[in-house]
Design a protein around this ligand. Sequence first.
Ligand code: T3D
Length: 271
Amino acid sequence: MSYTSILFTLQDGVARLTLNRPDRLNSFNDVMHEEIRTVLGLIEQSHSKPSEKARVLLITGAGRGFCAGQDLNDRSVSAAGENAKPVDLGASVEKNYKPLITRLQNLPIPIICAVNGVAAGAGASLALAADITVAAESASFLQAFSKIGLIPDTGSTWFLTHRVGMARAMGLALLAEKLPASKAAQWGLIWDCVPDEQLMPTVEAMAKQFASGPSKAYVRTRQAMRAAMSNDLAQQLDVERDTMRELGQSYDYREGVAAFLAKRTPQFTGA
Ligand code: T3D
């Protein structure tokens, strides 16, 4: 299948999605949203075909930016234009941005985001929606929304407050200053910041690890960690008990223990 706004491959369990509108810093337009929906569908369907099953999703951007959020050329209205019919941004969020994050969160595989350059607006939100976000040293995160009279969306109000606390989340949202990747890592907003030339080798090694790892344990880990954001300890201990009961029945658990005892590398299948 060929795409105009993204690149997509699925090989050896690794689904690679590259946002590909470099002249506009990979900002989102309707075509890009549609194409992303298509590939998320392919990833979801791949789970019914074990031979082509995606076991990790790696997202990055083409060119010097990661993603600059909504393409503002599609939002061009004169501030003074009395006759201009304003775009219903709520409808756009409902159609495009909300399902994007919901679907990513529900994918049954880990998601790695390689932030190769500036991540602004909904582009920053997309980067934060991954399970593991690694940024190049030259990259930055910008909650650009207040500069155009909006609030952080695409999950950013949630991701920011949960990851860096209210004081920093509020400062990022209201001041709309670029946060360098190194500071984002220091603050715990992302997993790591690496030298630019190390970005792709780092995430590719992680992707390989996930593609040959115990996939069921990964998906249950994502779910349990997210549940912990709203559960109390007693509820979370129940989540852990129930999940351990389930995973204790899995092939990968038996294989993991057998391999440990035999001092060999485990051959996980994701089953
Ligand atoms: O609308 C809805 O549906 C609701 C949902 C909204 C979600 C959102 O994401 S709202 C926020 C939208 N994004 C922004 O406000 C960010 C706008 N961009 C910037 O602030 C800056 O471009 C950056 C800080 C990201 C990067 O700055 P810099 O100096 O590195 O690059 P630049 O020169 O500004 O941009 C390079 C080119 O990309 C430039 O085009 P040109 O002059 O070379 O022809 C620029 O216009 C274009 N570009 C960058 N961001 C966007 C964009 N074009 C359209 N839309 C963009 N968002």
